[in-house]
Design a protein around this ligand. Structure first.
Ligand code: ATP
Length: 134
C-alpha cells in the first residue's frame, strides 16, 4: 500500500517523523482515517484512541487529547495537546486522575468552570485507561 510522510508532535517535541500507511484518530466531528493521496485538509482533534499503521503493517496505538491535524501537499502533521504511546501510559497515574476527578464531581457545588475542568480530567483519564488496555 502507498505511504505518506507523517509528523506527530506535542508542544514538548516531535514524537514521530516517518512514513505511515494510515493514521486513524478522533476528530471533533468523529473518527477519521488519513491515507496517502488525501486532499489538503485541516481539523481540530477530540480526545480518543489514535492508531498509526506503519509501512510494514505494524500498528502503534496512542492516547490523543486534542490538538490539530492537517494534510498539506501529501504530508500529514498532528500537533496534539498531549499524545502518549500505549507503552508510555502510566496506568496508576491515570487511575489516580480518574479517582480525583470522580471525587470532585461527586462532591458537587462546583462552578460551571470547575465542573467542566473535572469532567475533562475524567475524560482524559478514561481515554488513557482505555488505550493502555490494562
Ligand atoms: P494528571 O492529573 O495525572 O496530571 P491530567 O489529565 O490532568 O492528569 P494532562 O494535563 O492531560 O494530565 O497532561 C500533562 C502531561 O502529563 C502531558 O505531557 C501528558 O502527556 C502527561 N500525562 C498525563 N497523564 C499521563 C499518564 N497517565 N501517563 C503518561 N503521561 C501522562
Amino acid at each position: 500500500m502507498k505511504t505518506f510522510p507523517l509528523k506527530i508532535g506535542t508542544p514538548d517535541g516531535l514524537l514521530f517523523d516517518g512514513e505511515a500507511e494510515r493514521i486513524i484518530c478522533r476528530a471533533i466531528t468523529g473518527d477519521l482515517a488519513i491515507l496517502a493521496g488525501h486532499v489538503n485538509f485541516c481539523t481540530a482533534l477530540g480526545m480518543g484512541k489514535a492508531e498509526v499503521v506503519l509501512p510494514d503493517g505494524q500498528r502503534r496505538t496512542a492516547a490523543c487529547i486534542g490538538g490539530m491535524l492537517s494534510v498539506m501537499d501529501g504530508t500529514c502533521r498532528v500537533l496534539a495537546t498531549t499524545w502518549e504511546w500505549q507503552d508510555d501510559i502510566d496506568i496508576d497515574r491515570a487511575r489516580e486522575a480518574k479517582s480525583r476527578a470522580e471525587e470532585i464531581l461527586a462532591k458537587g457545588g462546583l462552578t460551571d468552570q470547575e465542573y467542566a475542568a473535572a469532567e475533562a480530567k475524567l475524560r482524559r483519564s478514561l481515554v488513557r485507561i482505555g488505550v493502555s488496555g490494562r
